[in-house]
Design a protein around this ligand. Structure first.
Ligand code: PGA
Length: 251
């Protein structure tokens, strides 16, 4: 069985001193049986990497540009993320799709680049409220997944994690119900095995994200279909993030 994975997406929050304080509190605790990754904003990635380097915590970038290097003012590359110790990177988060017009083609290119570098691509997919109400959730997920993963080799797929994040649940305080998440995760798992080159030795991890907090984490993370969580707001506070991590192992 694969260990659960909990990722804290700090988004555009925290100054360097705040990020370092939180990273230190996390690094000073043990997470037996759970893989924990934090995704600080770019300005804090390097100092945070120095704080957590002796710990079991992983580090993620929240984004990168798909060029390798050169005249791309304001962007950073996947090599730069690797250089500062990132093991993971978020790709296709709905905020990037919606606010920064990220398209499926670009997402696919980024998944290719990250996985070729041995960095785990956390590929985010999810439907809007309207798409759910109209009964289109699974079609939307299938479309996003197939376009994000097209052309990936079996070897690259070993470096892919899927995060199911319904857009209506992100930052709203309204989480998807365990039944809704389980239904979608089962669909994603089946889709991956049927249409991709996931071999029997690769067990894809499928995380849930969307208003996961210290109160609802237990009922979500005790589900066998849910391999962990991508946490936004509740990852900014040590107590709530730690409670979510602990709930993965039934504590
Ligand atoms: P949230 O964000 O936990 O604040 O809803 C989740 C995410 O955007 O990954």
């Amino acid at each position: 069985m694969i260990a659960p994975l909990v990722i804290g997406n700090w988004k555009m929050n925290m100054l360097v001193s705040e990020a370092c304080d939180l990273a230190l509190s996390l690094a000073n605790n043990s997470f037996e049986g759970v893989d924990v990754v934090i995704a600080p904003p770019f300005t804090s990635i390097y100092p945070v990497s120095q704080i957590i380097k002796e710990s079991r915590l992983g580090l993620a970038g929240q984004n990168f540009y798909s060029g390798s290097k050169g005249a791309y003012t304001g962007e950073i590359s996947i090599e730069m993320l690797k250089d500062v110790g990132c093991s993971h990177v978020l790709i296709g988060h709905s905020e990037r799709r919606q606010l920064f017009n990220e398209c499926n083609e670009n997402i696919n290119r980024k998944v290719q680049l990250a996985t070729q570098m041995g960095i785990t691509a956390v590929v985010c997919v999810g439907e809007t409220q309207r798409q759910r109400e109209e009964g289109n959730t699974l079609d939307v997920i299938k479309d996003q997944l197939s376009k994000a993963l097209v052309g990936l080799s079996g070897q690259s797929l070993a470096f892919v994690v899927i995060a199911y994040e319904p857009i209506w649940a992100i930052g709203t305080g309204i989480n998807a119900s365990p039944a809704q998440v389980v239904e979608t995760h089962k669909f994603i798992r089946k889709f991956l095995f049927e249409s991709q080159e996931f071999s029997e030795n690769i067990e894809p991890r499928i995380l849930y994200g969307g208003s996961v907090n210290a109160q609802n984490c237990k009922q979500l993370l005790c589900e066998e279909e849910i391999d962990g969580a991508l946490v936004g707001g509740a990852s900014l506070n040590f107590e709530s993030f730690y409670a979510i991590i602990k709930s993965c192992v039934g504590a």
